[in-house]
Design a protein around this ligand. Sequence first.
Ligand code: G3H
Ligand code: 13P
Ligand code: ZN
Length: 324
Amino acid sequence: MTVSYKELGFVNTKEMFAKAMKEGYAVPAYNFNNMEQLQAIITACTESRSPVILQVSKGARNYADATLLRWMGRGAIEMMKKMGDAVPVALHLDHGDSFELCKDCIDSGFSSVMIDGSHLPYEENIALTKKVVEYAHQFDVTVEGELGVLAGIEDEVSAENHTYTDPAQVEDFVKRTGVDSLAISIGTSHGAYKFKVKPGESVPPLRFDILAEVEKRLPGFPIVLHGASSVDQKAVATINKYGGKLDNAVGVPEEQLRKAAKSAVCKINVDSDGRLVMTAAIRKVFAEKPAEFDPRKYLGPARTDLIAMYKEKNEKVLGSAGRY
Ligand code: G3H
Ligand code: 13P
Ligand code: ZN
């Protein structure tokens, strides 16, 4: 059964990005795989009056079931209405790797999709992205493309080193594909180990020179930053204190994200920070209350901590709080 996102209460990213660009902030794109993560994202963004992009990866669809996830998204909209004035919510496919996957998401109510052809040769990336855009735009669904490869694991694609985005390619790519936003590689990477630094050493700055060059060539065009978790050291320390082992986990400093959010970066992707906060809370309950076996007693505190983390990000880093 085909369903339009408009019937489900989602919006595409067009207006969200136009407002974010004009006012100098970034829209949060938070990944979810289960109920507690979804509740936390919706609660935090409604309470902080922030627009939000709910991100679903191919892995999330495989884990939670594509049909269930779609209905959970719809349920989240209804829950939000009950909480008071709703904020704009987009349902977005993160790192789509084929036309078929993007089509399936569009047909089942997603308002936005990413087609990630960044690992393909340039002309193949253009051809695949263009095919997705042509299908998506018939239904007013927005499309994110990617140029340049992030170091680390990008879904099933792993790259040892960054291939920074080449600013000389961006105008041609956007013009020939018709994408609505563009993810670029300026030194971030996915996961909790973003930079190889010794304890106490500061991390290298992102390549803001590349971002500035991209902005110059694509004035007013929405840019996306993947791999933007900050890897909160408090969460890492809690995990390690209660039996975990995350050595030298480091993320993107908040200051650099603040700077990016004020530029043409209109969407900032965060998944790992949620995973860390959730794991820290659950480990703490398991260590302090070993007799506890009701999932609500450890997933509940994890959800509470997630809400606080997302609100703080919206308010203090992305600048998306209080915009609606
Ligand atoms: O960029 C990748 C996202 O963090 C999603 O990760 O493919 O493990 O769901 P996943
Ligand atoms: P992090 O691993 O830094 O949270 O990045 C998430 C992301 O880019 C999802 O697409
Ligand atoms: Zn990503």
